[in-house]
Design a protein around this ligand. Sequence first.
Ligand SMILES: NC(=O)c1ccc[n+]([C@@H]2O[C@H](COP(=O)([O-])OP(=O)(O)OC[C@H]3O[C@@H](n4cnc5c(N)ncnc54)[C@H](O)[C@@H]3O)[C@@H](O)[C@H]2O)c1
Length: 283
Amino acid sequence: MTSVLIDTAATEPTAPTTPSPFSLSDRTIAITGGGRGLGLTLAHASVEAGAHVACLDILPAPSPAEWATLISATKLAGVTATYHRCDVTSEAEVDSILRFISDAGAARGAELRGVIACAGIQQKIPAVDYPATEFERMLKVNTTGVFVTAKYAARMMMERGVSGSIVLIASMSGQVANRGLTCTAYNTSKAAVQQMCRSLAQEWGQDGIRVNTLSPGYIRTAMTDELLATDPTLETTWMAGALLGRLGVPDDFKAPAVFLLAEGSRFMTGADLRVDGGHCASA
Ligand SMILES: NC(=O)c1ccc[n+]([C@@H]2O[C@H](COP(=O)([O-])OP(=O)(O)OC[C@H]3O[C@@H](n4cnc5c(N)ncnc54)[C@H](O)[C@@H]3O)[C@@H](O)[C@H]2O)c1
């Protein structure tokens, strides 16, 4: 196994304050793309809701400041956080690391019952110039990587005989073509994730495994900072569709993600939860 493991020991648990439909206590949640940005924020949200978390990312180590904040939250909640270096395009790595996380969760009485597939990449190239090899790389990370994550997460849950919730991070770009952005491969990869969700939900519902997509609008993260650096006028274009007068921040997705993972959404599967500040509601 090629993972790098950073572990934090559980401390004395405090009384849970989260209402039960939104509680993630007594379970482990694995988050790909959990080394920074949205993924690490959603790991924090899971900890606040009472979960033990395992973050997987291709980065050698998580973003230090954000990780330190997560560790403080684990100490308050009496849960653990682990970090595992993992490339979601490697089926062998995802298999062995999720198995390790599932076994560790079972051993501490907190089965792996939730996964957020958040790892992703973005690239802005005009379609007429888009190299097919780059197009394939985008699909490999954003679509196949999400599939492989969901596949092994579901397999671990089936082997352990536990129910679970799998949240695939898609994008509003799976449904609309963003003005000003030449991102055909990215948009295609996210539309594929939305359809993958419906197919997996259809296959795994009888096993007690729910699958939903969470589709964000524009969020200020390293990913969008890179796009804005190449073309600062983009922000004006994006703000024209911002019905709430601002772009998103990672914290805006904490409650939607926890809702999809927790029992409060127990009758929801094969659905897309779009959280975009109203962007897709107006033309
Ligand atoms: N930022 C936005 O506006 C926005 C909007 C809609 C959807 N999303 C989606 O949200 C998710 C998180 O994006 P973000 O904005 O936090 O960007 P980000 O670049 O900060 O985070 C993406 C993470 O995925 C990791 N990653 C990339 N390739 C990987 C691989 N092969 N294996 C494992 N990890 C890998 C990166 O190292 C990074 O930590 C992505 O799926 C993205 O498409 C973002």
